[in-house]
Write a protein that binds this ligand. Structure first.
Ligand SMILES: *[C@@H]1O[C@H](CO)[C@@H](O)[C@H](O)[C@H]1NC(C)=O
Ligand SMILES: *[C@@H]1O[C@H](CO)[C@@H](O)[C@H](O)[C@H]1NC(C)=O
Ligand SMILES: *[C@@H]1O[C@H](CO)[C@@H](O)[C@H](O)[C@H]1NC(C)=O
Ligand SMILES: *[C@@H]1O[C@H](CO)[C@@H](O)[C@H](O)[C@H]1NC(C)=O
Ligand SMILES: *[C@@H]1O[C@H](CO)[C@@H](O)[C@H](O)[C@H]1NC(C)=O
Ligand SMILES: *[C@@H]1O[C@H](CO)[C@@H](O)[C@H](O)[C@H]1NC(C)=O
Ligand SMILES: *[C@@H]1O[C@H](CO)[C@@H](O)[C@H](O)[C@H]1NC(C)=O
Ligand SMILES: *[C@@H]1O[C@H](CO)[C@@H](O)[C@H](O)[C@H]1NC(C)=O
Ligand SMILES: *[C@@H]1O[C@H](CO)[C@@H](O)[C@H](O)[C@H]1NC(C)=O
Ligand SMILES: *[C@@H]1O[C@H](CO)[C@@H](O)[C@H](O)[C@H]1NC(C)=O
Ligand SMILES: *[C@@H]1O[C@H](CO)[C@@H](O)[C@H](O)[C@H]1NC(C)=O
Ligand SMILES: *[C@@H]1O[C@H](CO)[C@@H](O)[C@H](O)[C@H]1NC(C)=O
Length: 801
């Protein structure tokens, strides 16, 4: 065989033909290799991220080279990768520089990871990038001042990072339509160049609280395509630019929670497409613009400013309005009646202004009203009758006006109702019956009106607050009261309720406050208190209750205020009441008798027992009751059984009294006048003066110094112990020093601080003073009583006194 055969022209043609046939295939191979390259970049990214489980489906594939285009994180155009989206995947590594080896990338979304470091400038190589979302990561440092190296950017989303600076260069991103910069740590100023972004539609700079206080640049009003302007809570000050009304595309403006002042620019409400306005919590003043052309307005919240003047009649033509919030301003005049006819109004909040006149009777008639809050104004007339016509109403808050007439009848068939607050008005008539059983009703406040009618047998089981005092409600307290299980506060004082207090009332286990004072209730208090375990305040004063005070009141663990005054209660005060920790306690003006429990023998309860002829105090005159003598004690218990018995007892008692007198007189002389002790308590005490005095024995002495002695005195059977410092009275003590001493005692007694030992009371007599402190067992009492370097002059002077 010849080693070399010259090629014939035919062969050459064949070669050419082959080449021509193969050419498209080769081309295909070339593009396949491009796709392989892109897949390789992605696989490199996978291994850079340490092959996390969430990328386990990123598997190399030879059979179908563009298979990566089907991975959900990837999007392709003409089989080339253009989008990469790794959202909410806990990625903690920096953006790798080779990402832009995917040369056709237009979309990069790395939202919601933990990406660290500065802005990844390596992305500049992605020269086609249009969409970049780095929001909600851990980026720090400035947004680079060459950010315009990404000139094709349409959407730049950097919110929720710790970027510190916004460069003016951002104004050169001429394609930019969406700029999200909310919630960063910007601590410089805002470049007015942002106003050069002539294609911008969305600008969100809310929650940038560290910005240097800035005024809204008038350059921003050049943003003729801007639809959404959100700059809530970002240190805006000064006035709004008058040219705001030139931002003709504006739909949403949120500049709430800043310190903007001055007037709302007249042009704002001429913007045709404006639909949401949040300007609440600023210091805007003056009248609102009178010219309205923003007929698309659906939410207008200008609450919490200092706006004045009246509400323009035109507001009544804002037919798309769903929320109107004008509360906490200084508006006055009448609310245009036309507002009541708005067909979409759901939230109407105008409270705390100076509005006067009447409310449009149509409120709720044409729109599905949800919240109606008009409290603290000077409104007169009736509440609109149809408020709940559409069954959506949740809140009626109208307290603090001059409203009269009846409650709206539609409240009687309003299952959506949650809150009714109409107290402090001049309302009259009955409560619409159905109102009580609205299943979600939690709060009914209607005190201080002239409302009438009876209490319902049944009410919503979630009603927790019912306040209806100072009205003209009447009838019995129904036995159905036991079904009012959610009730925490029931205040029905100063009405015309009559009849007995039903035992069923004691079944309400959530009750914290029960006030039925100033009614005409009769009979006795229920003695078997089943479940008032949360009760803190109990007030039945000024009724006609008789019988005795139930012992079980003393078992209510949380009771701190008890007022049963001005009734016809009789018998003794049960000892069990002594267990209560009462701040307010009044049993005055009853027919009570006998000895008061010893713990009440404290000047704190001076006013608690007035006008009860039969009461006496066991041992001292601290509360201005006569001291019980054995006769009065016995006479209340003994009936005339036999004269002989009484006589012999009388003699016996006389003897006893005489011997007590002898002992007392002896003691008096022995103690050289010390027996006249004056008690000055700073809190409720669980011991008596005599207990302290008798405890000042040598065996209890734990320290002695120049100014006096310190005793450790056990005061009761529970093992409570106090420390008593006895200070001898210095004869040379000047009056001025004495006054200072008392002043300091007063201050110390009112301080509650972990490092200051608590002063419980001060007992004084002619010759000495006793300071009674909490006894500190586990800390050294000595440290407290004799410390040398003391923090304050006050305590040191006290101790050395
Ligand atoms: C290759 O993958 C693409 C994208 O998933 C798919 O549309 C195409 O049908 C596949 N081709 C073959 C031959 O499997
Ligand atoms: C995709 O390919 C088609 C046809 O080759 C071409 O017309 C189109 O411009 C390409 N698209 C892009 C985004 O390159
Ligand atoms: C990028 O897109 C262009 C135009 O569609 C295409 O020619 C080129 O091959 C793509 N690049 C890669 C790496 O796929
Ligand atoms: C990210 O971390 C959270 C909390 O540890 C975890 O619940 C979640 O599954 C993680 N997500 C991924 C994609 O690993
Ligand atoms: C971002 O700033 C906040 C508030 O100053 C800080 O608590 C947080 O640690 C910062 N995070 C980073 C990644 O710097
Ligand atoms: C702004 O914050 C950055 C980063 O925390 C800091 O380096 C810079 O000094 C701050 N600038 C000002 C003016 O506070
Ligand atoms: C901002 O507007 C003011 C006055 O309208 C103008 O003098 C200034 O050049 C503008 N600044 C920028 C950066 O456009
Ligand atoms: C903003 O535009 C004005 C003209 O409208 C121009 O003079 C100014 O240089 C521009 N600023 C930037 C930062 O591009
Ligand atoms: C912009 O900020 C507001 C607060 O002003 C926020 O409620 C809103 O969701 C943000 N808008 C976007 C598009 O993120
Ligand atoms: C107002 O909105 C309408 C409807 O969305 C739109 O056609 C119109 O262009 C908008 N006006 C302006 C000034 O952007
Ligand atoms: C409200 O609109 C109606 C009908 O479009 C018009 O007759 C009336 O004058 C308008 N009222 C106000 C105050 O603009
Ligand atoms: C009561 O409140 C619940 C929870 O908010 C709600 O789902 C339910 O629809 C309300 N009931 C009525 C009658 O409105």
């Amino acid at each position: 065989m010849a080693k070399h055969t010259p090629t014939s022209p035919l062969q050459t043609h064949l070669h050419l033909l082959l080449l021509l046939l193969l050419l498209p295939l080769l081309r295909h191979a070339n593009s396949q290799s491009l796709q392989d390259q892109e897949q390789a970049v992605l696989l490199k990214l996978k291994s850079y991220l340490q092959s996390p489980p969430f990328l386990s489906h990123w598997i190399p594939s030879n059979s179908n080279t563009s298979s990566h285009c089907s991975w959900p994180e990837i999007s392709c155009t003409n089989n080339s990768v253009t989008g990469l989206s790794l959202v909410n995947l806990n990625i903690t590594l920096p953006v790798p520089p080779f990402i832009c080896d995917l040369t056709n990338l237009t979309h990069v979304d790395l939202n919601y990871n933990y990406l660290p470091g500065e802005f990844p400038k390596s992305l500049y190589k992605c020269s086609k990038l249009e969409y970049l979302d780095l929001s909600q990561n851990y980026f720090v440092g400035p947004i680079p001042d060459d950010i315009d190296s990404l000139p094709r950017l349409k959407q730049l989303i950097l919110a929720g990072n710790n970027f510190s600076d916004i460069p003016p260069a951002i104004g050169r991103l001429q394609e930019l339509e969406n700029l999200q910069l909310w919630q960063n740590q910007f601590n410089g100023s805002v470049p007015p160049e942002i106003g050069n972004l002539s294609n911008l539609k969305d600008l969100n700079m809310s929650w940038n609280t560290k910005l240097v206080p800035w005024t809204l640049p008038s350059n921003f009003t050049k943003l003729k395509k801007l639809k959404n302007l959100w700059i809530r809570q970002s240190n805006l000050i000064g006035e709004l630019p008058e040219t705001l009304g030139e931002m003709e595309a504006l739909e949403v403006i949120d500049l709430a929670i800043n310190s903007l002042s001055g007037r709302i620019p007249n042009g704002l409400f001429t913007l045709k497409n404006l639909s949401i306005v949040y300007l609440f919590k600023n210091t805007l003043s003056g009248e609102v613009p009178q010219v309205i052309e923003s007929w698309n307005l659906s939410i207008l919240d200008i609450s919490e400013n200092t706006l004045t003047g009246t509400i323009p009649e035109e507001y009544g033509n804002l037919t798309k309005l769903t929320e109107l919030a004008l509360f906490l301003n200084d508006f006055s005049g009448e609310i245009p009646k036309s507002i009541g006819r708005l067909p979409n109004l759901g939230h109407f909040r105008i409270f705390n202004n100076n509005f006067s006149g009447t409310l449009a009777p149509e409120f709720g008639k044409y729109s599905k009203l949800k919240a109606f809050e008009v409290c603290v104004n000077r409104l007169t007339g009736k509440l609109p009758d149809d408020l709940c016509r559409w069954g959506k109403l949740e809140d009626v808050v109208a307290y603090g006006n001059y409203l009269s007439g009846e409650l709206p009848s539609s409240l009687g068939n309003c299952s959506s109702l949650k809150i009714v607050k109409v107290q402090d008005n001049m309302l009259s008539g009955n409560i619409p019956t159905g109102m009580w059983t609205a299943p979600n009703l939690t709060t009914v406040l209607m005190s201080n009106n002239s409302l009438t009618g009876k209490l319902p047998e049944k009410m919503s089981s979630v009603l927790s607050r019912l306040e209806m005092r100072d009205n003209r409600f009447s009838g019995n307290i129904p036995t159905g009261v036991s079904s009012w299980t959610g009730l925490k506060v029931f205040d029905a004082g100063n009405n015309l309720f009559s009849g007995a207090v039903p035992r069923e009332l004691t079944a309400l286990s959530s009750l914290m406050t029960l006030s039925l004072d100033q009614n005409q209730l009769t009979g006795s208090l229920p003695s078997d208190i089943v479940s008032w375990e949360s009760l803190a305040t109990l007030n039945f004063s000024r009724n006609q209750l008789s019988g005795t005070i139930p012992e079980k009141l003393g078992l209510l663990p949380g009771l701190t205020a008890l007022d049963l005054s001005a009734n016809q209660l009789s018998g003794e005060i049960p000892d069990q009441l002594g267990r209560l920790k009462l701040n307010q306690f009044n049993l005055s003006s009853n027919h009570l008798s006998g000895e008061i429990p010893i713990v009440f023998e404290n000047s704190a309860y001076e006013g608690s027992f007035l006008d009860n002829r039969g009461l006496c105090a066991p041992s001292s005159e601290a509360i201005k009751l006569p001291i019980c003598n054995s006769e009065s004690r016995k006479s209340s218990k003994l009936s005339s059984k036999s004269l002989a018995l009484i006589l012999s007892l009388g003699i016996l008692l006389c003897l006893l009294a005489f011997s007590i007198l002898v002992i007392m007189v002896r003691g008096y002389w022995k103690r050289n006048g010390d027996s006249i002790w004056k008690l000055n308590p700073f809190q409720r005490l669980n011991f008596t003066v005599s207990k302290i005095i008798s405890g000042l024995t040598e065996s209890n002495l734990i320290g002695s110094g120049g100014s006096g002695k310190v005793y450790r005195v056990p005061v009761n059977r529970n093992g409570d112990v106090v420390a008593v410092k006895k200070i001898w009275r210095n004869k040379n003590l000047e009056e001025k020093l004495e006054k200072e001493f008392l002043a300091e005692v007063k201050i110390l007694s009112s301080i509650r601080h972990a490092n200051i030992v608590k002063l419980m009371c001060c007992i004084s007599s002619q010759t000495s003073k006793l300071l009674v402190y909490e006894y500190l067992d586990n800390r050294s009492l000595d440290r407290w009583l004799h410390r040398r370097n003391r923090p304050s002059n006050l305590s040191s002077r006290l101790w050395s006194g």
